[in-house]
Design a protein around this ligand. Structure first.
Ligand code: HEC
Length: 259
């Protein structure tokens, strides 16, 4: 049963990846995260709890499961509850509780116009490269309510929460020649790239690394059993290959005398 589930999962993920790949629009930077790197996952979780959990819930994740997977346990494998409560659980719920937000949804709607979505599955719905690019492409735009816009998510309703860490980016424009409906060329100003105007607390490399950790964490959250599934998937495929061979041989044997 587990094997069947795993292979269905594999096919779905492949289809999802295809869907992402064919999505037109902005260029996405590739994130080099590693789900086996527990220190990176812990740093990502800490960033998340400090900067994101005030608005976004992770309703399918419980503090306790998170702590286990991230290795916040003693030698016997028991979750170190005090460490979790001091470093990750700022909401004050029990460690067995799911990670919800303190901000009521109606309030958030009033402030942002849209309720901040739950991020448990965002690693899967948007993809990790999208997330990595999104978190690094906020730029100053006085026309927007929060004074910022985003290259990856135009007219986003979220403020640039990590501004203090990243610093302030401004757009650099270039002129591109486009064609209107009748095929007549016209010139348009488009953003070619972003430039750091005011540096933040982190250098560019440090910020990129921090975002790799944060995306690593969201990637893990989207699918806590990903590593296990990938490991199983290889065996499922091997099994299918061997099975096909035997099925073919059997068919030949049965049909040998039928003509
Ligand atoms: C002050 C509240 C607030 C905080 C803090 C915040 N966000 Fe958001 N976020 C929002 C809102 C509101 C939206 C919806 C934007 C929209 O739809 O225009 C959003 C949207 C997003 C999206 C897009 C979701 C989707 O698929 O449409 C992602 C990803 C995201 N936030 C990640 C983060 C991360 C990571 C952090 C922490 C670094 C964070 N957010 C902190 C308010 C917040």
């Amino acid at each position: 049963m587990k094997a069947i589930k795993a292979s269905i999962g594999l096919i779905l993920v492949a289809l999802l990846n295809l869907a992402h790949a064919s999505e037109a629009g902005v260029h996405l930077d590739k994130v080099k995260n590693n789900l086996c790197d527990k220190a990176s996952l812990q740093r990502g979780a800490s960033l998340y709890m400090n900067y994101c959990a005030g608005c976004h819930s992770l309703q399918y994740v419980r503090f306790k499961d998170l702590a286990k997977d991230l290795g916040i346990v003693d030698k016997k494998g028991n979750v170190l509850e005090k460490l979790v409560n001091d470093n990750l659980n700022f909401i004050g719920d029990k460690v067995t509780a799911p990670i919800l937000v303190a901000t009521p949804q109606e309030e958030a709607m009033k402030w942002f116009g849209v309720a901040p979505p739950d991020l448990s599955l965002v690693g899967r719905s948007r993809g990790k490269d999208w997330l990595y690019t999104y978190l690094r492409t906020f730029y100053v735009d006085p026309k927007r309510p929060w004074g910022v816009n985003n290259l990856t998510f135009p007219d986003v309703g979220m403020p640039h929460i990590l501004l203090r860490l990243q610093g302030e980016q401004v757009p650099v424009y270039e002129t591109q020649t486009m064609e209107d409906e009748e095929g007549k060329p016209y010139q348009k100003q488009v953003i070619s790239h972003l430039e750091l105007k005011t540096p933040g607390l982190l250098s560019k490399e440090e910020y990129d690394k921090a975002m790799t950790d944060l995306v690593n964490f969201l990637d893990y959250v989207g699918e806590p059993h990903k590593l296990e599934r990938k490991r199983l998937g290889v065996w499922v495929l091997l099994f299918l290959v061997v099975f096909t061979l035997f099925a073919y041989l059997l068919k030949r044997e049965y049909w040998k005398d039928v003509h």
